[in-house]
Design a protein around this ligand. Structure first.
Ligand SMILES: Nc1ncnc2c1ncn2[C@@H]1O[C@H](COP(=O)(O)OP(=O)(O)OP(=O)(O)O)[C@@H](O)[C@H]1O
Ligand SMILES: Cc1ncc(COP(=O)(O)O)c(N)n1
Length: 266
């Protein structure tokens, strides 16, 4: 039987732990066929991002149109978008083709602090993509850059969600992975009416490379299969928890979260 399809519009990680590589392995582990519109090629390993080259914006557009017109897209997500020009091209293309529920992960930098967006491009994500998004999934650094709110507890996480919803997405997930001083990892999902706190154990590991991408693509896979946003996010949270629990060391720096458990016992 033909599986549902999910499209990732994102960059390549030569280390294989984040970017389109994380998205494709997550789509596979969740039983959907992955489609790709590549935005950038990063030179990257466990120690950080040494540089990147972006794909021309018209080629990003052409990739989206090629797969949408022929194969159909049941849900889509964005990761690293690199430049304001690519962001504007993606926004325009989404007005012309149908991609189903649309998840925007506003990736600004790698977890090692290296920029993955050219200057001013985060503003373009906010103005061009958030109003078109079913769900946005910022981490706490991105929340601070976008709203000025520093999330330190449940009240400020709630205030951040409200401020982010002003930018026009239907739902927001304020990820709490970087909140310090909490025994659990708590993510907050809201559409301005419902406030759903998703809490899980915080695992002791240094190896969380690709965690944000893996969560957003697991959510996108569930949306492609027809789940509601709250159900897709709950399933995504369960999926990423297990991937963090089974993360492995690779290289001298930060290793990747692991979806291998989904294949069953080896
Ligand atoms: N140590 C941990 N144990 C369990 N879950 C975690 C841990 N760290 C992060 N998570 C979960 O992983 C998901 C990603 O959260 P995080 O806030 O780290 O996003 P991110 O910064 O975009 O990810 P990354 O930069 O690591 O790719 C969230 O659901 C968060 O709760
Ligand atoms: C191509 C690409 N996309 C996204 C990330 C963010 O992932 P992380 O925050 O885990 O470094 C990355 N490092 N590289």
């Amino acid at each position: 039987m033909t599986p549902k399809t999910a499209l990732t519009i994102a960059g390549s990680d030569s280390g294989g732990g984040a970017g389109i590589q994380a998205d494709l392995r997550t789509f596979f582990a969740n039983g959907v066929h992955g489609l790709v519109a590549l935005t950038a090629v990063t030179v990257q390993n466990s120690l950080g991002v040494q540089g990147f080259t972006e794909i021309p914006a018209d080629v990003v557009t052409a990739q989206i149109k090629a797969v949408a017109s022929d194969m159909g897209v049941n849900a889509a997500k964005t990761g690293m978008l690199a430049t304001a020009e690519i962001i504007r091209a993606v926004a325009k293309t989404l007005d012309e083709v149908e991609v189903g529920p649309f998840v925007v992960d506003p990736v600004a930098a790698s977890m090692t602090g290296d920029a993955l967006l050219r200057e001013d491009a985060l503003e373009a994500i906010r103005t061009e993509l958030f109003p078109r998004a079913t769900l946005i999934t910022p981490n706490l650094d991105e929340v601070r850059l976008l709203t000025g709110v520093s999330v330190v507890d449940a009240a400020s996480q709630c205030a951040a969600a409200e401020a982010l919803l002003e930018f026009g997405s239907r739902w927001v997930l304020v990820k709490g992975g970087h909140m310090t001083g909490t025994a659990d990892c708590v993510d907050l999902l809201s559409d301005g009416r419902e406030y759903i706190s998703l809490s899980g154990p915080r695992y002791e590991t240094e190896n969380t490379h690709g965690g944000g991408d893996t969560l957003a693509s697991a959510i996108t896979a569930s949306l492609a299969k027809g789940a509601s946003v709250p159900d897709a996010v709950a399933a995504g949270k369960k999926f990423i928890e297990r991937c963090v629990a089974e993360a492995y060391p690779l290289g001298a720096g930060v290793g990747p979260v692991s979806p291998f458990w989904a294949l069953g016992p080896s």
